[in-house]
Design a protein around this ligand. Structure first.
Ligand code: MN
Length: 294
């Protein structure tokens, strides 16, 4: 099943290019802040999943093209990310990276702000007037299904609810000039496009055998396969849950392959992950200058 949320905070099951509104089966759904309803739906999926399936049967299709999508979980408790996680990517960004070629196995994970999430219907906004370098990273997002604490890797896949496409947009450091913390550089509003939907884990037979692609202005820039991940999904869950509790609806960005490169306003970024989905977002310059310039 593919679950999406539109800008009216309606929740839909997506089939083909149609959206079947199942909002009435989801407790607490609506525009009230904070929009936590997808966390609850995921947490209570055993009970609510059949109700969603029944609502889908009763719903009439609406064209996806007639609406804009929010992130399929608009307000996860955590957005966690693995550093560079494919063999060929290690080293390609060299001095502009603080990871110095180390993997998640060695350096652990980092956080992105939940405020950086944007859906398939949004745009990537770069800070107005910035001369810094901003890069795209194409990543498989893992959506957590159950509270997870100290979960060994052998059991970790039982804690996965589903998958989504994620772009980890990054402001690079300028060695010796501007070397902000990674959380700062990756947490600008709209720097984590997520979507277009969550596909439930039962529809992805092998998440470690998915083509992961990203195009800039129609030109292929990243084209890898999740089988080349260095630290795989169960090992990431083991690592993260050894430190903190993962909650239902939490998002793990599983790291980028090679081919990372700069983006500028006017670009169009398309991400496609096999068996999950694809989406295209424009890159724009933010409408306003921020009081602190970057
Ligand atoms: Mn990344």
């Amino acid at each position: 099943m593919k679950l999406a949320v539109n800008t009216e905070h309606r929740i839909g099951v997506v089939e083909g290019d149609q959206f079947y509104d199942v909002t009435d089966a989801v407790p607490g759904a609506g525009p009230a802040w904070p929009p936590m309803y997808m966390n609850r739906l995921i947490a209570e999926w055993a009970e609510l999943g059949p109700k969603v399936a029944a609502a889908r049967k009763a719903a009439s299709p609406v064209a996806l093209s007639s609406m804009k999508l929010l992130p399929p979980n608009p307000c996860p408790v955590h957005v966690i990310a693995a550093p560079a996680n494919y063999r060929k990517h290690i080293g390609e960004i060299g001095a502009r990276s603080v990871s110095k070629g180390r993997t998640a196995e060695q350096q652990g994970f980092f956080m992105k702000s939940t405020a950086s999430l944007v859906g398939a219907g949004g745009a990537i906004e770069l800070p107005r007037g910035s001369s810094r370098r901003f890069d795209h990273e194409s990543e498989l997002a893992v959506i957590i299904g159950k509270r997870a604490r100290n979960v060994p890797r052998a059991e970790a896949m039982d804690y996965v609810f589903g998958y989504s496409c994620l772009m980890d947009i990054t402001m690079r450091i300028e060695p010796g000039v501007a070397e902000e913390e990674r959380v700062t550089r990756k947490s600008f509003e709209t720097f984590t496009p997520l979507g277009p939907w969550i596909v439930t884990a039962d529809e992805v037979a092998e998440p470690h055998a998915l083509r992961n692609q990203l195009w800039v202005n129609g030109v292929s820039k990243q084209d890898a396969n999740t089988r080349d991940m260095i630290v795989n999904i169960p090992t990431l869950i083991e690592l993260i849950s050894s430190v903190m509790t993962l909650n239902p609806g939490d998002v793990i960005a599983s790291g980028t392959p090679e081919g990372v490169g700069p983006i500028v306003p006017g670009d169009s970024l398309r991400i496609g992950i096999e068996s999950v989905g694809e989406m295209t977002l424009p890159v724009v310059e933010a409408a306003q200058f921020s009081p602190r310039r970057f």
